[in-house]
Design a binder for this molecule. Structure first.
Ligand SMILES: Cc1cc2nc3c(=O)[nH]c(=O)nc-3n(C[C@H](O)[C@H](O)[C@H](O)COP(=O)(O)O)c2cc1C
Length: 196
């Protein structure tokens, strides 16, 4: 397993585990940076980790059974998590293809008598994107998450529009407003888990 998938905060039996799925694989991803701020917002109230999914192949029913090793690994990470926090950019007013491909793998039954690991998971979504703030990506993602019966936390999804400087330097501006939005979203996710 890669370092990313094992990079977790201090763990105890009682804390919920929250798995971050970042929709960009870029090393300097602004969404990856936002995920780090969100993990800080959750603090000691949860154990957190980020899914390593770069090696998940393009989905085809021809290679579904037995599932490739990378798919088995991401399915286990999702199955083990209490909640998912998806942090994704927008590509061409939609969901990045890699993220949609990952969700498609997670949506498939694991075996003849077993369901899909993603079904029914508690989740929330955030985005960093251009001037649209990722609203098209989120609008495209929501029907998929709804179809897969994910339980979304009752909080606005944090959406950040990068400015020219952030885009050029690939450095997310971590403002007090952003921290407050993520703190609100983190609280809503934890509250949803408490009720689940
Ligand atoms: C293929 C592609 C399509 C994009 N389409 C959009 C778009 O529709 N809307 C938008 O706001 N930004 C768009 N962008 C810009 C991304 O939001 C920007 O590159 C962002 O920083 C990517 O996220 P990351 O920093 O986490 O990698 C696009 C970028 C790429 C590479």
């Amino acid at each position: 397993m890669s370092e990313k998938a094992t990079k977790a905060t201090e763990s105890t039996e009682t804390k919920p585990s929250i798995l971050f799925i970042v929709g960009s694989l870029r090393k300097q991803s602004l969404n990856g940076q936002l995920a780090q701020v969100a993990r800080t917002a959750l603090g000691e109230r949860a154990t957190t980790s980020e899914l390593a999914w770069a090696d998940v192949p393009v989905f085809s029913q021809d290679i579904e059974f037995p599932a490739p090793e990378a798919v088995r690994r991401v399915r286990k990470a999702v199955a083990d998590a209490d909640a998912l926090w998806i942090v994704s950019p927008e590509y061409n007013h939609g969901v990045p293809g890699g993220l949609k491909n990952l969700i498609d793998w997670l949506s498939r039954p694991v075996g003849p008598d077993e369901g899909a690991v993603i079904e029914g998971k508690v989740a929330t979504v955030s985005s960093v994107a251009g001037s649209s703030c990722g609203r098209y990506a989120q609008a495209a993602l929501l029907p998929t998450l709804d179809f897969l019966k994910l339980e979304l936390a009752a909080s606005p999804f944090t959406s950040v529009a990068f400015d020219r400087e952030q885009f050029t330097t690939s450095t997310l501006a971590i403002t007090e407003g952003l921290k407050a939005d993520l703190a609100h979203q983190a609280a809503a996710l934890l509250a949803k888990l408490d009720r689940a």
